[in-house]
Design a protein around this ligand. Structure first.
Ligand code: NI
Length: 193
């Protein structure tokens, strides 16, 4: 089932998240729904708070963004990442223009560490640890931030944020055309265009 995505301004995106303690049919259903929603929205990552949930969980599939050399080194996609911890990050940073399904039509350059080591559990709650770089490291840090209540716009200068203020207000009110359903700041459902 495609779930509506909560947009900028809704408290769900800033709420505290909870570790996933045990597997269940409900958890597996949520994971399936999040993957379906990510694909329906043509996203490359989706975190639980974006569908109004508090589980420390995100899904990614960076295949559409990976270049040929990266595809070879990628773990099988999509990936389900539960209870993640960033245990190391490179000093080297890269810049990349990020977007977010919760902030449609806004793209801004954000610097982040180029590589990270991530400890997490997979969808069967097996412990895993991987080191990733490039686009996968980028998306995983963005999705990890969602679990901490952080949005990429939080990293912008107050000047850049001021320029975006009008767009962000429109997004919060659902005045934006998306091909996926939204929940506005005030909890109103907006169907897909
Ligand atoms: Ni996002």
């Amino acid at each position: 089932m495609v779930l509506p995505i909560y947009v900028y301004g809704h408290d769900a995106l800033r709420a505290d998240t909870e570790p996933v303690e045990e597997n269940s049919d409900a958890l597996q259903q949520l994971i399936d729904d999040m993957i379906e929603t990510m694909y329906a929205a043509s996203g490359i990552g989706l975190a639980a708070p974006q569908v109004g949930r508090t589980e420390r969980l995100f899904v990614v599939d960076v295949m559409p963004m990976a270049d040929e050399s990266e595809v070879r080194d990628l773990p099988p996609q999509p990936m389900v990442i539960i209870n993640p911890e960033i245990v190391a990050e490179s000093e080297e940073q890269t810049e990349f223009e990020e977007g977010c399904l919760s902030i449609p039509e806004v793209r801004e350059v954000v610097p982040r560490p180029q590589r990270i080591r991530l400890r997490y559990q997979d969808r069967e709650l097996n412990d895993r640890e991987i080191e990733v770089g490039s686009i996968l490291a980028r998306v995983m840090q963005h999705e990890f931030d969602h679990l901490e209540g952080i949005l990429f716009t939080d990293y912008l200068s107050s000047f850049r944020r001021r320029l975006l203020r009008r767009s962000l207000r429109k997004i919060a009110g659902g005045e934006v055309d998306t091909d996926y359903p939204l929940i506005t700041k005030d909890g109103e459902k907006v169907p897909a265009e």
